[in-house]
Ligand binder design. Structure first.
Ligand code: ADP
Ligand code: MG
Length: 342
Protein backbone atom coordinates (compact mmCIF):
# COMPACT_ATOMS: atom_id res chain seq x y z
CA UNK A 1 0.00 0.00 0.00
CA UNK A 2 2.90 2.31 0.76
CA UNK A 3 3.67 2.98 -2.90
CA UNK A 4 0.31 4.70 -3.39
CA UNK A 5 0.54 8.47 -3.79
CA UNK A 6 -1.82 10.73 -1.81
CA UNK A 7 -3.50 13.33 -4.03
CA UNK A 8 -2.02 16.10 -1.89
CA UNK A 9 1.51 15.05 -2.97
CA UNK A 10 0.81 16.05 -6.56
CA UNK A 11 -1.74 18.82 -6.09
CA UNK A 12 -4.41 19.75 -8.62
CA UNK A 13 -2.04 20.98 -11.31
CA UNK A 14 0.33 18.07 -10.97
CA UNK A 15 -2.57 15.67 -11.22
CA UNK A 16 -3.96 17.33 -14.35
CA UNK A 17 -0.51 17.27 -15.94
CA UNK A 18 -0.22 13.56 -15.16
CA UNK A 19 -3.66 12.81 -16.65
CA UNK A 20 -3.11 15.00 -19.70
CA UNK A 21 0.09 13.18 -20.54
CA UNK A 22 -1.62 9.98 -21.75
CA UNK A 23 -4.34 11.67 -23.79
CA UNK A 24 -4.21 11.67 -27.58
CA UNK A 25 -6.45 13.73 -29.86
CA UNK A 26 -7.84 12.26 -33.06
CA UNK A 27 -10.90 14.31 -34.01
CA UNK A 28 -10.37 16.72 -36.92
CA UNK A 29 -12.77 19.14 -35.20
CA UNK A 30 -10.54 19.43 -32.10
CA UNK A 31 -8.30 22.47 -32.50
CA UNK A 32 -7.06 22.62 -28.89
CA UNK A 33 -7.48 20.17 -25.99
CA UNK A 34 -6.47 20.25 -22.31
CA UNK A 35 -4.15 22.98 -21.10
CA UNK A 36 -5.73 26.36 -21.72
CA UNK A 37 -8.72 28.09 -20.14
CA UNK A 38 -11.01 26.32 -22.60
CA UNK A 39 -10.80 23.90 -25.50
CA UNK A 40 -11.23 25.09 -29.10
CA UNK A 41 -13.46 23.15 -31.49
CA UNK A 42 -14.33 23.68 -35.14
CA UNK A 43 -17.31 21.62 -36.31
CA UNK A 44 -17.39 21.33 -40.13
CA UNK A 45 -19.82 23.53 -42.06
CA UNK A 46 -23.27 22.00 -42.45
CA UNK A 47 -23.08 20.07 -39.17
CA UNK A 48 -25.06 20.79 -36.04
CA UNK A 49 -23.58 20.22 -32.58
CA UNK A 50 -25.38 18.15 -29.92
CA UNK A 51 -24.42 18.50 -26.23
CA UNK A 52 -25.34 16.28 -23.30
CA UNK A 53 -24.30 15.81 -19.65
CA UNK A 54 -24.60 12.92 -17.22
CA UNK A 55 -23.65 13.03 -13.55
CA UNK A 56 -22.50 9.90 -11.73
CA UNK A 57 -22.59 10.20 -7.95
CA UNK A 58 -21.05 7.66 -5.56
CA UNK A 59 -23.71 5.96 -3.45
CA UNK A 60 -26.44 7.02 -5.88
CA UNK A 61 -25.32 5.73 -9.28
CA UNK A 62 -22.43 3.46 -8.37
CA UNK A 63 -20.95 1.55 -5.45
CA UNK A 64 -17.16 1.56 -5.28
CA UNK A 65 -17.18 -1.65 -3.26
CA UNK A 66 -17.97 -3.54 -6.46
CA UNK A 67 -17.33 -1.11 -9.33
CA UNK A 68 -13.71 -1.32 -10.51
CA UNK A 69 -12.50 2.24 -11.20
CA UNK A 70 -11.46 1.37 -14.74
CA UNK A 71 -14.96 0.09 -15.54
CA UNK A 72 -16.48 3.13 -13.89
CA UNK A 73 -14.34 5.41 -16.05
CA UNK A 74 -15.42 3.52 -19.16
CA UNK A 75 -19.08 3.63 -18.15
CA UNK A 76 -19.02 7.37 -17.39
CA UNK A 77 -17.95 8.06 -20.99
CA UNK A 78 -20.16 5.33 -22.52
CA UNK A 79 -23.40 6.61 -20.96
CA UNK A 80 -22.77 10.05 -22.46
CA UNK A 81 -21.81 8.66 -25.86
CA UNK A 82 -25.05 6.68 -25.66
CA UNK A 83 -27.05 9.93 -25.37
CA UNK A 84 -25.23 11.40 -28.37
CA UNK A 85 -25.88 8.19 -30.35
CA UNK A 86 -29.56 8.40 -29.41
CA UNK A 87 -29.72 11.74 -31.26
CA UNK A 88 -28.38 9.85 -34.33
CA UNK A 89 -25.22 11.95 -34.00
CA UNK A 90 -21.51 11.08 -33.99
CA UNK A 91 -19.75 11.80 -30.67
CA UNK A 92 -16.64 13.95 -31.02
CA UNK A 93 -15.44 15.37 -27.69
CA UNK A 94 -15.97 14.98 -23.94
CA UNK A 95 -15.09 17.14 -20.94
CA UNK A 96 -14.81 15.57 -17.50
CA UNK A 97 -15.62 17.16 -14.12
CA UNK A 98 -14.26 15.31 -11.10
CA UNK A 99 -14.90 15.79 -7.39
CA UNK A 100 -12.39 13.61 -5.57
CA UNK A 101 -12.65 12.47 -1.93
CA UNK A 102 -9.39 12.96 0.01
CA UNK A 103 -9.03 9.18 0.48
CA UNK A 104 -8.46 8.86 -3.27
CA UNK A 105 -4.90 8.30 -4.46
CA UNK A 106 -3.21 9.42 -7.67
CA UNK A 107 -3.15 5.77 -8.75
CA UNK A 108 -6.92 5.49 -8.24
CA UNK A 109 -7.55 8.53 -10.44
CA UNK A 110 -5.22 7.06 -13.05
CA UNK A 111 -7.27 3.83 -13.07
CA UNK A 112 -10.44 5.86 -13.59
CA UNK A 113 -8.78 7.72 -16.47
CA UNK A 114 -7.45 4.52 -18.02
CA UNK A 115 -11.09 3.43 -18.36
CA UNK A 116 -12.12 6.83 -19.72
CA UNK A 117 -9.30 6.75 -22.30
CA UNK A 118 -10.30 3.21 -23.37
CA UNK A 119 -13.87 4.42 -23.94
CA UNK A 120 -12.68 7.55 -25.78
CA UNK A 121 -10.63 5.32 -28.06
CA UNK A 122 -13.48 2.84 -28.56
CA UNK A 123 -15.91 5.58 -29.59
CA UNK A 124 -13.43 7.88 -31.33
CA UNK A 125 -13.92 10.87 -29.05
CA UNK A 126 -11.34 13.33 -27.71
CA UNK A 127 -11.10 14.19 -24.00
CA UNK A 128 -10.53 17.93 -24.33
CA UNK A 129 -10.88 19.34 -20.82
CA UNK A 130 -12.57 19.28 -17.48
CA UNK A 131 -12.38 20.49 -13.92
CA UNK A 132 -11.02 18.94 -10.74
CA UNK A 133 -12.00 19.70 -7.15
CA UNK A 134 -11.93 17.89 -3.84
CA UNK A 135 -15.08 16.34 -2.41
CA UNK A 136 -16.14 16.24 1.23
CA UNK A 137 -18.36 13.26 0.55
CA UNK A 138 -18.05 10.71 -2.22
CA UNK A 139 -16.70 10.63 -5.74
CA UNK A 140 -18.65 12.66 -8.30
CA UNK A 141 -18.02 12.29 -12.04
CA UNK A 142 -19.67 14.75 -14.41
CA UNK A 143 -19.14 14.12 -18.11
CA UNK A 144 -20.33 16.39 -20.91
CA UNK A 145 -20.23 14.98 -24.44
CA UNK A 146 -20.44 16.80 -27.76
CA UNK A 147 -21.36 15.31 -31.09
CA UNK A 148 -22.02 16.27 -34.69
CA UNK A 149 -24.86 15.51 -37.04
CA UNK A 150 -25.73 16.84 -40.50
CA UNK A 151 -27.99 19.88 -40.11
CA UNK A 152 -31.62 18.84 -39.64
CA UNK A 153 -30.77 15.11 -39.38
CA UNK A 154 -30.77 14.69 -35.58
CA UNK A 155 -33.44 12.23 -34.42
CA UNK A 156 -35.74 13.56 -31.69
CA UNK A 157 -38.22 11.77 -29.46
CA UNK A 158 -41.09 13.56 -31.11
CA UNK A 159 -41.06 12.29 -34.71
CA UNK A 160 -43.11 9.09 -34.26
CA UNK A 161 -46.27 8.39 -36.33
CA UNK A 162 -48.99 5.81 -35.64
CA UNK A 163 -48.06 2.54 -37.45
CA UNK A 164 -44.27 3.21 -37.14
CA UNK A 165 -42.44 0.05 -36.10
CA UNK A 166 -40.84 -0.01 -32.64
CA UNK A 167 -37.34 -1.54 -32.59
CA UNK A 168 -34.72 -2.20 -29.94
CA UNK A 169 -31.02 -3.05 -30.26
CA UNK A 170 -29.27 -5.87 -28.37
CA UNK A 171 -31.01 -7.47 -25.41
CA UNK A 172 -32.67 -6.21 -22.24
CA UNK A 173 -32.68 -6.80 -18.49
CA UNK A 174 -29.05 -7.94 -18.21
CA UNK A 175 -27.73 -4.88 -16.38
CA UNK A 176 -30.44 -5.16 -13.75
CA UNK A 177 -29.70 -8.84 -13.09
CA UNK A 178 -26.00 -7.97 -12.93
CA UNK A 179 -26.76 -5.49 -10.17
CA UNK A 180 -28.73 -8.14 -8.27
CA UNK A 181 -25.74 -10.50 -8.43
CA UNK A 182 -23.29 -7.80 -7.29
CA UNK A 183 -25.54 -6.71 -4.41
CA UNK A 184 -25.92 -10.32 -3.27
CA UNK A 185 -22.15 -10.90 -3.30
CA UNK A 186 -21.61 -7.65 -1.42
CA UNK A 187 -24.03 -8.73 1.33
CA UNK A 188 -22.30 -12.12 1.52
CA UNK A 189 -18.94 -10.39 1.83
CA UNK A 190 -20.19 -8.01 4.54
CA UNK A 191 -21.58 -10.97 6.49
CA UNK A 192 -18.33 -12.92 6.14
CA UNK A 193 -15.28 -11.14 4.69
CA UNK A 194 -13.60 -14.51 4.07
CA UNK A 195 -16.09 -15.51 1.38
CA UNK A 196 -14.87 -15.21 -2.16
CA UNK A 197 -17.33 -13.56 -4.56
CA UNK A 198 -18.94 -16.06 -6.93
CA UNK A 199 -19.15 -14.17 -10.16
CA UNK A 200 -17.81 -16.62 -12.78
CA UNK A 201 -21.25 -17.90 -13.76
CA UNK A 202 -22.59 -14.39 -14.09
CA UNK A 203 -20.00 -12.85 -16.40
CA UNK A 204 -22.51 -11.65 -18.94
CA UNK A 205 -24.94 -9.88 -16.62
CA UNK A 206 -22.18 -8.44 -14.43
CA UNK A 207 -20.46 -6.98 -17.50
CA UNK A 208 -23.79 -5.52 -18.63
CA UNK A 209 -24.00 -3.67 -15.31
CA UNK A 210 -20.37 -2.62 -14.84
CA UNK A 211 -19.26 -1.94 -18.41
CA UNK A 212 -22.17 -1.08 -20.71
CA UNK A 213 -21.42 -0.25 -24.35
CA UNK A 214 -22.93 2.70 -26.21
CA UNK A 215 -24.61 1.42 -29.40
CA UNK A 216 -22.87 3.74 -31.79
CA UNK A 217 -22.45 0.70 -34.06
CA UNK A 218 -26.24 0.60 -34.53
CA UNK A 219 -26.29 4.27 -35.58
CA UNK A 220 -23.60 3.58 -38.21
CA UNK A 221 -25.40 0.48 -39.46
CA UNK A 222 -28.77 2.23 -39.75
CA UNK A 223 -27.08 4.95 -41.79
CA UNK A 224 -25.52 2.30 -44.05
CA UNK A 225 -28.91 0.62 -44.47
CA UNK A 226 -30.41 3.95 -45.45
CA UNK A 227 -32.77 3.93 -42.45
CA UNK A 228 -33.49 7.25 -40.78
CA UNK A 229 -35.41 6.56 -37.54
CA UNK A 230 -38.43 8.72 -36.78
CA UNK A 231 -37.67 8.68 -33.04
CA UNK A 232 -34.79 7.42 -30.94
CA UNK A 233 -33.89 7.20 -27.22
CA UNK A 234 -31.34 5.23 -25.24
CA UNK A 235 -32.60 2.84 -22.59
CA UNK A 236 -31.22 4.13 -19.31
CA UNK A 237 -34.28 3.82 -17.07
CA UNK A 238 -35.95 0.71 -18.49
CA UNK A 239 -37.87 0.00 -21.67
CA UNK A 240 -41.31 0.91 -20.25
CA UNK A 241 -40.24 4.38 -19.22
CA UNK A 242 -38.50 5.04 -22.57
CA UNK A 243 -41.50 3.86 -24.65
CA UNK A 244 -43.68 6.21 -22.62
CA UNK A 245 -41.25 9.09 -23.31
CA UNK A 246 -41.34 8.46 -27.06
CA UNK A 247 -45.13 8.21 -27.10
CA UNK A 248 -45.59 11.34 -24.96
CA UNK A 249 -43.25 13.36 -27.20
CA UNK A 250 -44.74 11.99 -30.44
CA UNK A 251 -48.40 12.15 -29.36
CA UNK A 252 -49.00 8.46 -30.05
CA UNK A 253 -49.90 5.25 -28.27
CA UNK A 254 -47.99 1.99 -28.66
CA UNK A 255 -48.31 -1.77 -28.52
CA UNK A 256 -45.29 -3.66 -27.16
CA UNK A 257 -45.43 -7.46 -27.40
CA UNK A 258 -43.93 -9.19 -24.36
CA UNK A 259 -43.01 -12.30 -26.38
CA UNK A 260 -40.79 -10.25 -28.67
CA UNK A 261 -38.65 -8.64 -25.94
CA UNK A 262 -35.05 -9.73 -26.63
CA UNK A 263 -33.37 -11.35 -23.63
CA UNK A 264 -30.05 -13.19 -23.47
CA UNK A 265 -29.89 -16.69 -21.98
CA UNK A 266 -27.64 -15.67 -19.05
CA UNK A 267 -30.21 -12.99 -18.17
CA UNK A 268 -33.06 -15.52 -18.24
CA UNK A 269 -31.05 -17.94 -16.10
CA UNK A 270 -30.16 -15.28 -13.54
CA UNK A 271 -33.79 -14.10 -13.42
CA UNK A 272 -34.94 -17.67 -12.70
CA UNK A 273 -32.38 -17.97 -9.91
CA UNK A 274 -33.48 -14.70 -8.31
CA UNK A 275 -37.16 -15.51 -8.75
CA UNK A 276 -37.64 -12.40 -10.85
CA UNK A 277 -39.93 -12.12 -13.84
CA UNK A 278 -37.59 -11.57 -16.80
CA UNK A 279 -40.22 -9.41 -18.55
CA UNK A 280 -40.28 -7.09 -15.53
CA UNK A 281 -36.46 -6.92 -15.59
CA UNK A 282 -36.57 -5.99 -19.30
CA UNK A 283 -39.33 -3.40 -18.82
CA UNK A 284 -38.19 -1.75 -15.62
CA UNK A 285 -34.59 -2.80 -15.02
CA UNK A 286 -32.74 0.02 -16.74
CA UNK A 287 -29.06 0.71 -17.45
CA UNK A 288 -28.89 -1.54 -20.51
CA UNK A 289 -28.02 1.47 -22.72
CA UNK A 290 -29.52 -0.16 -25.78
CA UNK A 291 -31.26 2.02 -28.38
CA UNK A 292 -35.04 2.15 -28.72
CA UNK A 293 -36.22 3.66 -32.00
CA UNK A 294 -39.06 3.77 -34.48
CA UNK A 295 -38.94 3.47 -38.27
CA UNK A 296 -41.63 3.78 -40.96
CA UNK A 297 -43.29 0.47 -41.89
CA UNK A 298 -41.86 0.92 -45.40
CA UNK A 299 -38.33 0.43 -43.97
CA UNK A 300 -39.10 -2.87 -42.24
CA UNK A 301 -37.42 -4.98 -44.95
CA UNK A 302 -34.15 -3.07 -44.45
CA UNK A 303 -33.77 -4.10 -40.79
CA UNK A 304 -35.65 -7.38 -40.54
CA UNK A 305 -32.55 -9.56 -41.05
CA UNK A 306 -30.30 -7.52 -38.79
CA UNK A 307 -29.03 -9.90 -36.08
CA UNK A 308 -28.95 -7.23 -33.38
CA UNK A 309 -32.19 -5.34 -34.00
CA UNK A 310 -35.53 -6.71 -32.78
CA UNK A 311 -39.00 -5.47 -33.67
CA UNK A 312 -40.95 -5.35 -30.39
CA UNK A 313 -44.16 -3.63 -31.46
CA UNK A 314 -45.49 -0.51 -33.14
CA UNK A 315 -46.89 2.93 -32.46
CA UNK A 316 -50.65 3.50 -32.54
CA UNK A 317 -53.07 6.40 -32.37
CA UNK A 318 -52.76 8.28 -29.08
CA UNK A 319 -56.19 7.24 -27.79
CA UNK A 320 -55.17 3.56 -28.02
CA UNK A 321 -52.82 4.21 -25.03
CA UNK A 322 -49.46 2.56 -24.40
CA UNK A 323 -49.96 -1.14 -23.83
CA UNK A 324 -47.97 -4.27 -23.22
CA UNK A 325 -49.58 -7.16 -25.09
CA UNK A 326 -49.02 -10.35 -23.09
CA UNK A 327 -48.48 -13.80 -24.55
CA UNK A 328 -52.17 -14.57 -24.04
CA UNK A 329 -53.13 -11.44 -25.97
CA UNK A 330 -54.15 -9.30 -23.00
CA UNK A 331 -53.44 -5.56 -23.16
CA UNK A 332 -51.85 -4.20 -19.95
CA UNK A 333 -51.07 -0.46 -19.67
CA UNK A 334 -47.29 0.12 -19.54
CA UNK A 335 -46.10 1.97 -16.47
CA UNK A 336 -42.75 3.60 -15.79
CA UNK A 337 -41.32 1.93 -12.73
CA UNK A 338 -37.72 2.47 -13.76
CA UNK A 339 -34.90 3.44 -11.47
CA UNK A 340 -35.71 6.53 -9.56
CA UNK A 341 -32.70 8.08 -7.88
CA UNK A 342 -34.76 10.49 -5.80
P1 ADP B 1 -9.23 26.80 -14.67
O1 ADP B 1 -8.63 27.40 -13.45
O2 ADP B 1 -9.24 27.69 -15.86
O3 ADP B 1 -10.55 26.11 -14.40
P2 ADP B 1 -7.90 24.31 -14.42
O4 ADP B 1 -6.60 24.40 -13.70
O5 ADP B 1 -9.09 23.78 -13.71
O6 ADP B 1 -8.20 25.68 -15.11
O7 ADP B 1 -7.67 23.41 -15.70
C1 ADP B 1 -6.51 23.51 -16.48
C2 ADP B 1 -6.71 22.70 -17.73
O8 ADP B 1 -6.86 21.34 -17.37
C3 ADP B 1 -7.95 23.07 -18.51
O9 ADP B 1 -7.64 22.95 -19.89
C4 ADP B 1 -8.97 22.06 -18.10
O10 ADP B 1 -9.90 21.80 -19.14
C5 ADP B 1 -8.09 20.83 -17.83
N1 ADP B 1 -8.66 19.94 -16.79
C6 ADP B 1 -8.90 20.23 -15.48
N2 ADP B 1 -9.39 19.17 -14.83
C7 ADP B 1 -9.49 18.19 -15.75
C8 ADP B 1 -9.95 16.85 -15.71
N3 ADP B 1 -10.44 16.27 -14.60
N4 ADP B 1 -9.90 16.14 -16.86
C9 ADP B 1 -9.45 16.69 -18.00
N5 ADP B 1 -9.00 17.92 -18.10
C10 ADP B 1 -9.02 18.67 -17.00
MG1 MG C 1 -10.92 24.50 -13.37
Amino acid sequence: MSDLTPLADLGEFGLIRRLQHAITLTQPSTILGIGDDAAILAPPAGQEVVVTTDLLVEGVHFDLSFSPLKHLGFKSIAVNVSDVAAMFATPTQVVVGLSLPPRFTVEAVEELYAGMRAACEAYGVDLVGGDTTSSRTGLVISVTALGQVAAGQAVRRSGGKPTDILCVSGDLGGAYLGLQVLEREKQAFLADPDTQPELENYDYVVQRQLKPEARLDIVHELRELGVHPTTMIDISDGLASEVLHLCAASGTGARVFSEYLPMANPTLEAAAEFNLDPITAALNGGEDYELLFTIPVADHAKIKNHPDITVIGHLTEQNDAVNLITKSGQAVPLRAQGFNHF
